[in-house]
Design a protein around this ligand. Structure first.
Ligand code: OAD
Length: 257
């Protein structure tokens, strides 16, 4: 185990705050837990199931080929749920830190778009590694478009179809078994490798390659700060572990930024 300082003790918070203050370059890597207090369910843990399905049962090209209607029904439900949610204090603190500090970058696995909403019109938009709930892509010609409409998953015919070629559209999301966009992931690797601090917020850190980014920071000599309500595979290698809800911990951590 690394020299981890863990807990809600002032020791862990003081250490984490001094790491942030001394750092020149910071990458925040976020997962579903950062949006939990906005009302968006996480994938794993309590409330992680939709009907009897896990994300790994639905977020795959095979599931879409087998039953596009069912997969779209799940994404339609998630989309309508997220449309009723707003960014929380953690999204806002991360957005203002990245607006103020040029070398503070947010990289997210989330497809809910809440980091971007919190960033508003600023130039410091998050890097969305897994795509977006609000973008769709043609399964035949590859055309992409923004789309926030309600999904009618009554039959395959009522699902979104391409305006150009008429083929079925799919969510523009990276599914299990699919590669991440090489340009986006390459940028995340560059940011993680150059970061003095990787701030890991609300991710179970089990889905690769995103889960490996914090280790790039550590191997290059940087520190990891973990914010999570629970322990994860990252906990043992983190320099500081802050246990608690992201919407409380992150604003406290970044309050001078
Ligand atoms: P998970 O659902 O796997 O993990 C959520 C993490 O957030 C867990 O470690 C929780 O302990 C933590 N958590 C829950 N509430 C929290 C709170 N209020 N504050 C801080 N932490 C909290 O979500 P991800 O790690 O994002 O991919 O999952 C990674 C990927 O797997 C997702 O992008 C998605 C999923 O299946 C695809 O859909 C392709």
């Amino acid at each position: 185990m690394a020299n981890t300082v863990e807990g809600d003790s002032t020791g862990a918070m003081d250490l984490a705050r001094s790491l942030v203050q001394r750092a020149e370059r910071i990458m925040a890597l976020t997962g579903a837990g950062v949006s939990a207090e906005s009302g968006v369910p996480t994938f794993r843990g309590a409330g992680g199931l939709w009907k009897q399905y896990r994300a790994e049962d639905l977020a795959t090209p095979e599931a879409f080929a087998r039953d596009a209607r069912l997969v779209w029904e799940w994404y339609g439900w998630r989309r309508s749920l997220v449309l009723g949610c707003a960014p929380n204090a953690a999204h806002r603190a991360l957005a203002s830190a990245s607006a103020v500090r040029p070398a503070f970058h947010v990289v997210t696995q989330n497809v809910d778009g809440l980091h971007a909403v919190a960033a508003g019109g600023t130039a410091s938009l998050p890097l969305e590694l897994h795509g977006s709930l609000f973008r769709i892509r043609c399964t035949a010609c590859g055309r992409r478009q923004d789309d926030r409409s309600a999904i009618d998953a009554t039959t395959t015919e009522t699902l979104p179809h391409c305006d150009t070629c008429g083929a079925l559209m799919r969510p523009d999301i990276v599914w299990f078994g699919e590669p991440l966009d090489p340009a986006g992931f390459g940028e995340a690797v560059r940011l993680a490798s150059a970061a003095d601090v990787c701030l890991v917020v609300g991710t179970s850190a089990v889905v690769h390659p995103a889960a490996g980014l914090a280790d790039l920071t550590r191997r290059a000599g940087g520190a990891i700060i973990e914010v999570n309500v629970d322990s994860t595979p990252i906990t043992g290698v983190a320099t500081a572990v802050l246990r608690g809800p992201a919407a409380e911990i992150v604003p406290e951590l970044l309050r001078d930024e």
